[in-house]
Design a protein around this ligand. Structure first.
Ligand code: N01
Length: 538
């Protein structure tokens, strides 16, 4: 990196993924001298880093993209309904080229820390190579699922075979042909990996602690006609996604699952199951995420599908969640997932009661049984939402880091955008932002920030910072809405990252806002219309 340490920027954005690109474009439009920095040697953020076999979107192509650039909309062509990782990465590179973003992106520039200087009202950003830069506005676009974690299992470092984490998959690929492979982790990542690598591995041991409700996508090619239609209707599609609680361009359901006849319910479940993916989660009924009884009906439907697909009844039962109901965890999409367990060399190992006790030099031990392995794959997830922000020292006023603040006060932010004590520090997809197709809050967040900073610059506002009252309000609102969902069903609560429960020692708090993306956007507009009243603007 050829960092010029004398340079002072108007804005520095950490992270060159969807967030970094959108923010760079929007801040340039208002004349701010903006630099995006990223520790990796390629742009793309999540899509650059997550290269495991089978990685792809679980939102559909039509709304998994920016809508703000007419050029990009006109010239880019998606080929699959659920684009693979390579295709999304190619899209992001296309965006960077088409919008001429590269000249303000520095790669191989890993940020170690950032410190606010109150007297100068400047942030100093310190890089791993010892260099530093200063900026008025510091913006995190570091991603919500970027800080990978490994399981807390003894002996993890003793394994003598090959070890991979899905989030750090070698770019050169891995030859698994004929090998004895063990997989730990069956969230969205593991579930995409399973059917993709199963055909090539010799023996496949899939260690499952908690089963998931997987909705199959029925992925398909995007036709020329579909792409032409999308180009004509981009704004309407985007508008629909922006008005949807989960940021997907789908029709809101009209009825409760409890108010229709069993026959009608079955018909609707079947038709949305066949449409695939999140259509099932979002379009069947209004209350599959908020009413336990309704969600149990959907759960039973999926369990019946698992029994239909998986030939061995004992395996089908093991794959069927019983301790929580549908939507109680983030729903993963499948690409032949359940069918994979019909292959003779694929073995599902239940670790729900007999936990993985140890990783040995030669394999994984569960109870008295040791599974000898050549390769162990960890798909064990992330320290979500806060991990990237607390893993480096972001030091605000009075020498307090974000990590210290959240450890001492609990998770606090104003709409996930900014935290008290951290003037002019903004977060794209900060904690307490919506649980959603993330492209929507990324784009709308970049546009909100553009207007807020334009207002600040035009009105001589030098410091922009959340009030303590706004943080308290948003903390309560995030908890209140989260607890209204089936994620929080008493006695049936799943252990999941959106409550922080996948990281030992992390307090149980809603990491994401569950009150709906469209409600969240209304709150953001209200703040703007109030002249940013919930921010200390001085
Ligand atoms: O991680 P996860 P992920 N012993 O935290 C298991 C997004 N995403 O990387 O459930 C045994 O969901 C753990 O078991 P349990 C998406 O938002 C999107 O898969 O705690 N198992 C679980 O099965 C997603 O939600 C896409 O019992 C252990 C797994 O590891 C988020 O990223 C694709 C264990 C972790 O699952 C995270 O998904 C991929 C142990 N000691 C990801 N420790 C798209 O499609 C952990 N586990 C766009």
């Amino acid at each position: 990196m050829t960092t010029d340490t004398t340079r002072d920027y108007d804005a520095i954005v950490i992270g060159a993924g969807f967030s970094g690109l959108a923010i760079l474009h929007h801040l340039r439009e208002i004349g701010l001298n903006t630099l995006v920095v990223d520790g990796e040697d390629g742009l793309g953020g999540t899509w650059w880093v997550n290269r495991y076999p089978g990685v792809r979107t679980d939102s559909e192509y039509s709304y998994y993209s920016f809508s703000f650039s007419k050029e990009v909309r006109e010239e880019w062509t998606w080929t699959q309904r659920y684009p693979a990782g390579d295709e999304v990465l190619a899209y992001l590179n296309f965006v960077a080229d088409r919008l001429d973003l590269r000249r303000d992106i520095r790669l191989n520039a890993r940020v170690d820390s950032a410190v606010y200087d109150e007297d100068a009202n400047r942030w100093t950003v310190n890089f791993a190579d010892g260099s530093s830069l200063t900026t008025k506005y510091l913006i995190s676009g570091m991603g919500v699922l970027s800080q990978a974690i490994y399981p807390d299992v003894p002996g993890i470092d003793t394994f003598q075979g090959e070890k991979y984490h899905t989030a750090h998959w070698p770019r050169s690929g891995v030859d698994l042909t004929g090998k004895r492979v063990g997989l730990i982790g069956l969230g969205a990542s593991g579930i995409q990996l399973v059917p993709t690598i199963a055909p090539e591995v010799g023996e496949f041991f899939v260690f499952q602690r908690t089963p998931n409700f997987v909705v199959e996508t029925n992925n398909d090619k995007v036709s020329d006609e579909e792409m032409a239609w999308l180009r004509e209707n981009y704004d309407a599609v985007y508008e629909k996604a922006a008005n949807h609680p989960f940021g997907v361009a789908m029709e809101p359901a009209e009825h409760s699952a409890l108010e229709v006849s069993p026959e009608e319910r079955q018909r609707i479940f079947e038709s949305k199951w066949n449409e695939g993916g999140f259509h099932f989660a979002n379009e069947c009924f209004t209350d599959l995420a908020t009413n336990h009884e309704a969600s149990e009906l959907a759960s039973e439907f999926i369990r019946s599908k698992i029994r239909e697909i998986v030939k061995d009844p004992a395996t089908a039962e093991l794959l069927s969640p019983r301790t929580y109901s549908f939507n109680g965890k983030r729903v993963p999409t499948g690409h032949g997932y359940y069918n994979t367990f019909n292959l003779e060399h694929v073995h599902l190992i239940d670790t729900s009661e007999d936990a993985i006790e140890e990783i040995t030099p030669t394999g994984i031990r569960v109870g008295d049984t040791e599974y000898e392995l050549d390769v162990i794959i960890f798909a064990t997830g992330f320290d979500a939402m806060t991990g990237t922000l607390t893993n480096i020292d972001i030091t605000g006023r009075g020498g307090i880091t974000l990590r210290d603040k959240w450890n001492e006060e609990g998770l606090r932010s104003n709409l996930g955008i900014n935290a008290h004590g951290f003037p002019n520090f903004f977060m794209s997809l900060g904690p307490q932002t919506p649980y959603s197709n993330l492209i929507v809050p990324i784009q709308l967040g970049a546009q909100w920030l553009q207007r807020a900073l334009k207002w600040a610059e035009e009105n001589g506002v030098e410091r922009f910072e959340a009030t303590p009252e706004s943080e308290e309000w948003w903390r309560q609102e995030t908890e209140r809405t989260g607890r209204m969902t089936v994620m929080y069903t008493e006695g049936k609560k799943a252990k999941a990252w959106f409550l922080g429960e996948n990281v030992p020692g992390k307090p149980e708090e809603f990491q994401v806002y569950m009150g709906g993306g469209q409600v969240y956007q209304q709150h953001c507009r209200d703040v703007e219309e109030s002249g940013y009243a919930s921010f200390l603007a001085s």
